[in-house]
Design a binder for this molecule. Sequence first.
Ligand SMILES: [Fe+2]
Length: 435
Amino acid sequence: MTGPAYLSGYLAPVADEMDAYDLPVTGALPPELTGRYFRNGPNPLPGQDPGHWFLGPGMIHGIRLRGGRAEWYRNRWVRTAELEGASYVRPDLSIDRTAVPANTHVVPHGDRILALVESGLPYEVTAELDTVGPCDFGGRLTTAMTAHPKQDPQTGELHFFGYGALPPYLTYHVLDAAGELVRSREIAVTGPTMMHDFAITAGHVVWLDLPVVFDPALIGRERIPYRWDDAHGARLGVMPRAELATVRWFDVDPCFVFHVGNAYEDAAGAVVLDAVRYDVAGFGSVWSRLGGGANLDRSRAQLYRWRLDPATGTRREELLDDRGVEFPTHDNDRTGRPNRHLYAVGEHTIVKYDTGTGSATVYRFDAEQRPGEAVFVPTDGARAEDEGWLLSIVTGPAGSVLLVLDAADLAPVATVGLPRRVPAGFHGSWIADRI
Ligand SMILES: [Fe+2]
């Protein structure tokens, strides 16, 4: 036995930081793909065992594309206070929200690029992946920040939330398009739950109040003291963006959701939410493995749809597809707006869903290849929803590549050879150059 699975195989951390230039390209990189693809994920230090896959310090892998060339690759740890040795809980039991792994996502907003983890403050990094430091938006952010903020494509605002084990359990925040924190409001919930993601529509915020709860009895026994609790129930909350205090809650069949695909209002004004859903058995299987067993078991999660009608108080829920997937993505120009296509990854597949027809297109890898989250990058100008590319770091025993697929038909467009194996990680973003 060689130790926990999150330290071996395609999850094994790399031991150092490096830079490489003029990467080999197979196929033809579209010149329009000029920018950076950054992807975050846990990467424990050599010899370090954080005790859980979710707790390893964040390392961002960056690939610079320009004018049809792959100019560079580099990887850097996010230099948080935790990486320098600080503890999240100080000796006086106060919380140090700068002592976080910053390992889950990396997103651009305003003039900043932020490395995110849901337990604390974002960390700003540069376009060259140097760490600037923790960001509390001039002292205005007094909670943690989710790793899954949502940018409204019309207003440019960044909507997000912070949750915690102590009150306030849930707080909603908005950054304006320039990156100023302009709104913070506590949202009333019945107790502390694990809330990894949420959704926005043009007119609403959608909350996921699901039965994975903070349990103080687990402190000291579990690295992450949360567990499934049937007694909590499961509900989705629909909150008008214009009237922040009013949340309409809908009881739903018990489940857990790590990741939302998208949400929008349909023609009748009901909120449609598409997300990857785990039932109680699926969640239990995955959660028990994360602390030492294995990667997110994508076979236990399926694309699911809820339709929540605030006018009638009725809800409908349905399985959209029974294959196992995770890491749903969409065209971010349609966040909160009606969308037809979603993308996701299976164990050895990238799947494109057409929710209009109910069909799916699948790109298959061999059994040793693990695709990471497939990020959609649109072409410039007026276009069809799926006119663009999917970027995914694919890792196998021989190393890793950045794969570029045509999002319309999942045909391979180009493959960028990376100079080292990139551990399977979490989420990333395409950061286009500003002209
Ligand atoms: Fe996530």
